[in-house]
Design a protein around this ligand. Structure first.
Ligand code: TYD
Length: 214
C-alpha cells in the first residue's frame, strides 16, 4: 500500500504572488553526481560576472533540516513524517531565504529542492506528481533546473571514492528509481539534463554552456 500524502497544508503564499526579480537556478541529481561542487562553482562564476549570489541547499541547516540529516544516520523517519519534514523545511527556506533573495535581484542557486522530494520520497512510495503539486502550492518554480545525470554504479563509486558511508538514503534500487524520476522531468521547458560523466571541469563547462545565455 502506498503511504498517504499529508492532507492539510498550512496557509501558503501562492508562488505567482512572489516577485522573482532575480534568477533562480536549481541543481538536482542522485547522490554522487557532484551537485554541491557544481553549485559552488556556478556561484563563483556568477560572482565573477558581477552578480550577487545566494547559494543554499536542502535539507537546510534549520530545525527541520537538522532533524532530517540526523535521521539519515540515526534511523529513518516514517515515510509520512519524512515527507512532512521536507515540506516544512522548504516552506521555511522559501519564506525566509529564497523569496527575499529573489526579490532583491540575486542569483539564487540551490543544491536540491522539491524535485528531490519527488525523486526520493517518490522512491519511497508517494506519487511524484502529487508531491510536485503539494510543493508548487508554496514553492516558486525555478527559471532553470539542471539535472546532473550519472548511472547509479558510477555515482556509487564516486561516493565510495570520497569515503562516505553508504547510508540509508543511498540504497541502490531506490537510487535507480530516483534517477528515473529526475529524468522524467527532462521535457519541462525549464529543465536541462547534464551528462555528469567526466571531470569536474568538463561538467562545469557543460553547465556554463547552458547557463551562459540565460
Ligand atoms: P544531500 O544533498 O546528499 O546532503 P549531504 O551532502 O549533506 O549528504 O542530501 C541528503 C539526503 O536528503 C539525500 O540523500 C537526498 C535526501 N533528500 C530527500 O530525500 N528529499 C528531499 O526533498 C531532499 C531535499 C533531500
Amino acid at each position: 500500500m502506498s503511504p498517504t500524502l499529508p492532507q492539510d497544508t498550512p496557509t501558503v503564499v501562492p508562488s505567482d504572488s512572489l516577485p522573482p526579480h532575480g534568477l533562480f537556478i536549481v541543481i538536482e541529481g542522485i547522490d554522487g553526481t557532484g551537485k554541491s561542487t557544481q553549485a559552488k562553482r556556478l556561484g563563483e562564476w556568477f560572482v565573477s560576472q558581477g552578480r550577487e549570489v545566494m547559494l543554499s541547499r536542502e535539507p537546510t541547516d534549520g530545525p527541520w533540516g537538522k532533524r532530517l540529516r540526523e535521521s539519515a544516520a540515526t534511523g529513518r523517519l516514517s515515510p509520512a513524517d519524512e515527507l512532512q519534514y521536507f515540506l516544512n523545511d522548504r516552506r521555511q527556506h522559501v519564506e525566509e531565504t529564497i523569496a527575499p533573495a529573489l526579490a532583491a535581484g540575486k542569483v539564487v542557486i540551490l543544491d536540491r529542492y522539491y524535485f528531490s522530494t519527488m525523486a526520493y520520497q517518490g522512491a519511497r512510495g508517494f506519487d511524484p506528481t502529487e508531491i510536485r503539486r503539494l510543493n508548487e502550492e508554496f514553492a516558486p518554480v525555478p527559471d532553470l533546473l539542471l539535472i546532473l545525470d550519472l548511472d547509479v554504479d558510477t555515482a556509487h563509486q564516486r561516493i565510495g571514492v570520497r569515503g562516505d558511508a553508504t547510508n540509508e538514503f543511498e540504497k541502490r534500487e531506490s537510487l535507480e528509481r530516483c534517477r528515473e524520476i529526475f529524468l522524467s522531468l527532462k521535457d519541462e521547458p525549464f529543465a536541462r539534463v547534464i551528462d555528469s560523466n567526466g571531470s569536474l571541469d568538463e561538467v562545469s563547462e557543460r553547465i556554463r554552456q547552458i547557463v551562459g545565455p540565460v
